[in-house]
Design a protein around this ligand. Structure first.
Ligand code: ADP
Ligand code: MG
Ligand code: MG
Length: 875
């Protein structure tokens, strides 16, 4: 038998979402439940995929099948498609598996032409209605199918209303609408160079084709990438017999939620319009009435609707978003789906449904989208204030949050202004590690260059600071201390606001409110914790972040980077002297000055974390990042070291690297300068001994050597660590334990994981580096060309945002297996940016890691994602 591409609503059900799309599957489900649904059929997602496989054409046999099903609908409705006496009109609606903005808009009243409209007028005795339907159809078809400018048609209506001296569409009479149809068709012909298609069959196939085509439009592609919806899912098309809400005062149309989608409150929530069709309610042409008014206006319809809404919610066991139309006092259901909701509403609905006995705690955990929690974890804008604020530009939503403050252009200014108690937004072309001190104190960061994984974006997310990056239209003038977007100019000290969740930049200070975990949020997170098997740690470089992670429920620190500790003003100098020192003695002297700072930092962190694990990574970035660049610093350091400025400049020059990412960094630093590992070990062990003594609690510090690719280099450094640590512990008369492990972030380390595991206590997958080394492109440069890869469907999503399961994931999986076989006690975790990404967390669960570690603000997201992974795939 040849493949079936079309299903009547009565042939489907809710479990056929993949084939029928969400809308189609639910229309089928409502049909089967005996609810009043105008009948129709669904052209499957497979037909869409086939359309693309066939070179963007609808195969003749699929067209035949569509018309055969039109025949079945004719039978069911007793009306005929294209008939003048008793015409069948239909809507054509797109519907993918997941509801997706950016897809094609619906076309209503399809099947009308100059003759059919007369028939409809005669049959209903309502020419006004017939011509209103016809003009709507032409309008929608021109816009949606032919992609003609919508505004041109709206302008024609406005002109007509002005001529007639009326303000509402409903005040236009039958003759006006007839005239409108004439003008619309003229405009259509002018734009298209052809007459409006009178043949209903042509209209239908063109509309179906337009739905398929819309699957590949840029808006849909962008949305899919952001939401990890695969391109090959395709969209279904629903063809449904029309019911009319625009026939007069006993008709209307509306939308309603079974609960409030903003707050989650349990009460029917919605709006409707009398004598209206389709999207009129949301289009804002007339002001709709709250659904509760329907109770007075049409008590019976209202009662029936309340009954159906209740049944649907009980059936789907979730808050429903429904569309309905009333045709001459009779109610029809046109759509139901689980309603989109704010994070706060998602939590309340999930918790309430458990309390109402509708779902289990585990089901509740599955109901909240982890990513959504983000909006609850950062300061938020006051929604009212936000509405009124002027948008002056839009960049990438790089790190969520709401920030308002005064514009500054350098890290030093940010720090200085902050010290004066001012709130600042740091505006840069792009950021570099030297900007850290400014980034730390800024409310938000705005850059002209750089993608979602640029330095600014990564660091900002790590700190939980709001960041908008890559605002290409922004021209930054450091000299003049101003930036320009279009014709808006903002100078140093001017107030702006950033919305890190949308990328919007506002030209004034918008009021904000603080965030925390309590109430429904807290209850749901406890259920999540009970369900998950992965442990969740935080990446934290200082006591403040460690505390933030703890507050958000982290069970340890999976990555404590030590390089940030060197950047503060008083330390960077010692660091720079260490780097340019030409002999071991000078280097040791400089390191000795850094030691107390570093020890102090670790003590602060151990105090916050108590007995919980803390994984400390040794110095990782390329040395040259620490080097002085400005003349004054160079002079000062040369003086301190008793070197000539010339010699120092030569040393700096000699440290230049062509590809620092693959240069002198990570374990290589300690191989060339073992004194660094010695100093860092001393700082870690002394700090742990001191805090342990003070609190009386045992601490087992974990030392992590980055960028290892060969077991011998690991052993070389481990030897230094062990010698130093053992001596200190012995000297203190303590029996403190410690661990030495490594990051797996170079493909060679994954390939030789068995050898390394035999010598290491733990592995932590550094998937940022592992991704760039596996793909062979740098994450700082990839932004420039990845867009072409998305457009060409080579990659569907950013491998730095969502782990590449096929390639990088294979290396991780292999390293786990090899490692565990060689060392059954080996601990396995991940500490890259992926640790806070829900799909990557699911991968980590499935691969059998022990923990994920992510920035403090993503800890609740990772906890929830880990719970969902465990519920979906118990291990
Ligand atoms: P969206 O996915 O954008 O909500 P829909 O396909 O649900 O688009 O349709 C848009 C509007 O048109 C909705 O208000 C819907 O109720 C209405 N509509 C769709 N099909 C019909 C129909 N057969 N009869 C009456 N109204 C319809
Ligand atoms: Mg809809
Ligand atoms: Mg790394």
């Amino acid at each position: 038998m040849s493949q079936k591409y079309v299903y009547l609503f009565s042939e489907g059900n809710r479990d056929m979402k993949n084939l029928l799309g969400g809308k189609g599957a639910n229309l089928a489900e409502m049909t089967n439940a005996g609810m009043p649904v105008p009948q129709g059929f669904t052209v499957t997602t497979e037909a869409c995929t086939r359309y693309y496989d066939d070179g963007r054409r609808i195969a003749p046999e699929i067209q035949d099948e569509i018309f055969a099903y039109m025949g079945k609908i004719e039978e069911i409705t007793g009306k005929q498609f294209g008939d003048k006496q008793n015409p069948l009109l239909v809507s054509v609606r797109s519907g993918a598996r997941a509801s997706m903005p950016g897809m094609m808009d619906t076309i209503l009243n399809l099947g009308l032409n100059d003759e059919v409209v007369e028939g409809l007028a005669a049959k209903t005795g309502n020419p006004r209605f017939a011509y209103d339907s016809y003009r709507r159809f032409i309008q929608m078809f021109s816009d949606v199918v032919m992609e003609q400018p919508k505004t041109e048609y709206e302008k024609i209506i406005d002109e007509m209303k002005e001529q007639r001296g009326v303000t509402l569409d409903t005040e236009l009479n039958a003759d006006d609408l007839k005239e409108l149809v004439r003008e619309f068709k003229a405009r259509y012909k002018q734009n298209q160079g052809a007459d409006f298609p009178a043949d209903p069959k042509t209209q239908l196939i063109e509309a179906v084709r337009a739905v398929f085509r819309s699957w590949d439009n840029p808006r849909a592609n962008t949305y899919r990438r952001m939401n990890e919806i695969p391109y090959d899912w395709g969209t279904a098309v629903n063809v449904q017999s029309m019911v009319f809400g625009n026939g007069g005062d006993t008709s209307g149309t509306g939308v309603a939620f079974t609960r409030n989608p903003a707050t989650g409150e349990k009460a029917l929530f919605g709006e409707y319009l009398i004598n209206a069709q389709g999207e009129d309610v949301v289009a804002g042409i007339r002001t709709p009435s709250p659904i509760s008014h329907l109770k007075d206006q049409m008590p019976e319809v209202y009662a029936q609707f309340v009954d159906i809404a209740g049944k649907l919610e009980n059936h789907y066991k979730d808050m429903q978003d429904m569309e309905f139309t009333i045709e001459d006092g009779k109610l029809y259901m046109l759509q139901t789906r689980s309603g989109k909701r704010t994070a706060a509403a998602a939590l309340k609905v999930a918790v309430d449904l458990v309390d109402e006995g509708m779902i289990s705690e585990k089901e509740a955990v599955l109901r909240v989208e982890p990513k959504q929690l983000d909006s609850l974890l950062h300061p938020q804008f006051d929604p009212e204030a936000l509405k009124k604020a002027p948008v002056i530009g839009k960049g990438l939503a790089a790190s969520p949050g709401a920030a308002a403050g005064q514009v500054v252009f350098t890290a030093e200014d940010a720090a200085a202004w902050h010290a004066q108690g001012k709130k600042v937004i740091l505006v840069r072309l792009e950021t570099s590690p030297e900007d850290i001190e400014g980034m730390v104190v800024a409310q938000g960061i705005l850059t002209a260059r750089g993608g979602m994984t640029s330095h600014a974006a990564v660091v900002a997310r790590g700190m939980g600071t709001c960041c908008v990056s890559g605002l290409g239209e922004m021209v930054v003038d450091y000299e003049g201390k101003k930036f320009t977007i279009g014709n808006v100019v903002k100078k140093e000290g001017d107030f702006i606001s950033l919305d890190g969740s949308t990328g919007n930049v506002y030209g004034e200070a918008v009021a904000t409110t603080e965030a925390g975990i309590s109430g429904d949020f807290d209850r749901l997170m406890k259920w999540a914790d009970a369900a998950r098997q992965l442990e969740v740690y935080a990446n934290a470089d200082n006591p403040k972040d460690a505390k933030q992670g703890s507050d958000f429920g982290s069970e340890g620190i999976g990555l404590c980077r030590t390089e940030h500790m060197f950047f503060e003003a008083d330390r960077i100098k010692a660091m720079r002297e260490m780097i340019v020192a030409t002999d071991v003695e000078a280097r040791k002297k400089a390191l000795a000055r850094i030691l107390p700072y570093q020890q102090g930092d670790f003590e602060g962190i151990f105090e916050v974390m108590g007995e919980r694990p803390v994984v400390i990574r040794f110095l990782d970035p390329p040395l040259h990042e620490f080097l002085p660049t400005n003349e004054d610093d160079i002079k000062e350091i040369a003086g301190d070291l008793g070197m000539s400025v010339e010699t120092l400049k030569q040393v700096i020059e000699s440290l230049h690297e062509f590809n620092p990412m693959m240069g002198h960094r990570g374990v290589r630093l300690s191989v060339s300068y073992p004194e660094i590992a010695e100093m860092q070990t001393t700082a870690v062990i002394k700090a742990a001994l001191a805090v342990s003594k003070k609190t009386g609690k045992p601490i087992t510090p974990q030392i992590m050597i980055p960028l290892v690719g060969e077991v011998k280099e690991f052993l070389f450094v481990k030897k230094v660590v062990v010698a130093t640590a053992d001596a200190l512990i012995k000297e203190a008369g303590s029996d403190m334990k410690y661990e030495v492990g490594t990051m797996i972030e170079i493909p060679r380390a994954a390939l030789t994981a068995d050898e390394i595991a035999a010598q290491a206590d733990f592995f932590s997958f550094g998937t940022n580096d592992l991704t760039q080394m596996t793909f062979g492109f740098s994450r700082d440069d990839a932004g420039k060309f990845l867009d072409y890869y998305y457009q060409s469907k080579i990659y569907e999503s950013d491998p730095f945002a969502h782990i590449d399961v096929k390639g990088v994931g294979k290396l991780v999986d292999m390293a786990c297996k090899l490692g565990r076989a060689a060392n059954p006690k080996l601990h396995l975790g991940i500490c890259g940016e992926h640790g806070g990404d829900p799909t990557s967390v699911e991968f980590c669960h499935n691969t059998g890691l022990d923990y994920v570690s992510c920035s403090p603000f993503r800890v609740p997201i990772a906890r929830l994602a880990a719970a969902q992974a465990a519920i979906k795939n118990p291990r």
